[in-house]
Design a protein around this ligand. Structure first.
Ligand SMILES: [Zn+2]
Ligand SMILES: [Zn+2]
Length: 252
């Protein structure tokens, strides 16, 4: 499996971090987890095959995770020759079909018809969905918005968990136990702690339960970058940890 943090930013405009997007590749399966503003151009900048994405998995409906969906669909229609003909599966919590329909209605120019076969799978938490013969996904409800979920992707004995946006939840840590990589949001410092997000120390506590082989931090609001994130995580967690940038790549 290959993981690339395409966008490691948030709603706060940033010179080097576009909004949330993680690319997960396993064989010919190419998944985008979230698609916030700037993600599609960043995929192009990184040389990743945006034309051949097979699945988009939405963790929740906040704009910094969904606002480049239209850019992606129109890139498939008008940004490549010939236009995309392979189907696309959009995975998300209950309400995903409605979200896509509303985006398309607002744009009024056939966003969903840009791809001939757009399939929407609204997933229920703790239910495994096979994406193909080799890759499966499972969602886990997380405390952020009503619909928010984390995702676990498994392939060939490996497992990658992406938290999406979340606050601290020991049950999320237990569900993620033993994964190879935990891609974890790390939004804010303790001085600005929010009930909707994680601080570095909370990331450490979560990782202390999950015990991933690698804790990969993302979704940084600018104030958290002014503190020593890694040291604060290490107060609670002794395992490997990295602060991701746009384009950070890891193979397992
Ligand atoms: Zn977010
Ligand atoms: Zn959010």
């Amino acid at each position: 499996m290959r993981i690339v943090t395409v966008g490691t930013g948030t709603a706060a405009p940033h010179a080097d971090r576009v909004q949330s997007c993680v690319y997960v590749e396993a064989g010919s399966t190419r998944i985008l987890v979230d698609c916030g503003s700037g993600s599609v151009y960043r995929l192009a900048k990184l040389g990743l095959p945006w034309q051949e994405v097979t699945h988009v998995a939405l963790t929740h409906f906040h704009a910094d995770h969904t606002s480049d969906l239209a850019t992606l669909f129109f890139a498939w229609r008008w940004g490549m020759l010939p236009p995309r003909s392979m189907p696309i599966s959009v995975i998300g919590p209950t309400g995903t079909q409605d979200l896509l329909s509303r985006h398309a209605a607002a744009l009024g120019s056939g966003m969903l018809e840009a791809v001939p076969d757009t399939r929407v799978h609204e997933v229920l938490p703790r239910t495994i969905l096979a994406l193909d013969e080799t890759v499966a996904v499972e969602a886990c409800k997380v405390p952020h918005t009503d619909e928010s979920v984390a995702y676990s992707f498994t392939s060939a004995g490996h497992r990658v968990v992406v938290t999406g946006d979340t606050s601290y939840d020991p049950e999320l840590g237990e569900w993620a136990q033993g994964c190879d990589v935990l891609v974890c949001e790390c939004s804010l410092p303790d001085s600005l702690a929010s009930p909707l997000h994680l601080t570095p120390r909370a990331c450490g506590m979560l990782a202390g339960i999950a015990r991933p082989r690698l804790l990969a931090l993302t979704h940084f609001y600018p104030p958290v970058e002014t503190i020593d994130v890694i040291s604060e995580v290490r107060e609670r967690y002794g395992g490997d940890v990295v602060m991701c940038h746009d384009g950070w790549t890891h193979e397992i």
